[in-house]
Design a protein around this ligand. Structure first.
Ligand code: PRT
Ligand code: MG
Length: 212
């Protein structure tokens, strides 16, 4: 049995066409089903649905043989125990530093001010600001980071931006780009050895269909 870990929402929606092109279709719609293990029309392949941030953990421990995870999630996870053969080029966005429109970020940094930064990407943010020599106190949030500067919780946020509409609607602007983000195929190294015959054609199909 091959187990593929995916997150509902963006990741599933953008992975589904790649799966379909590789001849894999879930037998139920994950968005409406409450099941966490979904059979596919291939008897030797099943999907498990987990939180986006948990995909690397399932693959690292071999509970899933492979998965699809954003570079944002992988950077935060660290990538230990994961083989990352492919950038699938899906679910693209950017990880950025954003501040309220009226906040002079450059001046604050120049003055050596200590900034409060809210984010769910604590590790990545710490590395980014340390490399720039910017002093920060990081505040861990689990979502809706855009709210934090509006209510005085933080001076800045580290978050993902796609169209920029969410930042704009909340009167925030990008001041630094941390990294471009897209989703990658991740594989458990032991699975790759033990199930190579089943996994190799799948990885090759993803390689042909992805746009990395
Ligand atoms: O839902 P859950 O809390 O479990 O996790 P999640 O919200 O992180 O998962 P999900 O499914 O929303 O995102 C999964 C992955 O999609 C992320 O890990 C990224 O790799 C990728 N991705 C691509 C994005 C975006 N684009 C994106 N725009 N993830 C989140 N966003 C957010 C962004 O932070 C902003 O708040 O979408 C909002 C809208 O963006 P704009 O700029 O288009 O307005
Ligand atoms: Mg979400």
């Amino acid at each position: 049995m091959i187990t593929l870990a995916l997150a509902k929402g963006r990741i599933f929606e953008e992975t589904a066409p790649l799966l379909a092109a590789a001849g894999i279709r879930p037998v139920e719609d994950p968005e409406s089903s409450r099941k966490l293990i979904l059979a596919t029309q291939r008897p030797d392949l099943r999907l498990i649905l987990v939180r986006a941030a948990d995909v690397p953990t399932y693959v690292q421990y071999g509970a899933a043989d492979l998965g699809v995870a954003g570079r944002d999630i992988l950077a935060e996870h660290g990538g230990q125990g994961l083989y990352q053969p492919l950038d699938l080029g899906i679910a693209r966005c950017r990880m950025v530093v954003a501040v309220p429109e009226g906040f002079d970020y450059a001046a604050a940094v120049k003055q050596g001010a200590r900034l409060r930064v809210a984010t769910k990407y604590i590790g990545t943010a710490r590395e980014h600001f340390a490399a720039k020599g910017v002093h920060v106190d990081l505040i861990k949030l689990y979502g809706s980071m855009e709210l934090a500067p509006l209510v005085g919780l933080a001076d800045a946020i580290v978050d993902l931006v796609d169209t920029g509409n969410t930042l704009k609607a909340n009167r925030l602007r990008v001041v630094e780009e941390i990294m471009p983000v897209s989703s990658r195929l991740i594989v458990n190294p032991a699975s790759l050895k033990l199930k190579r015959e089943a996994l190799a054609p799948l990885i090759e199909a993803f390689a042909r269909l992805g746009r990395g």
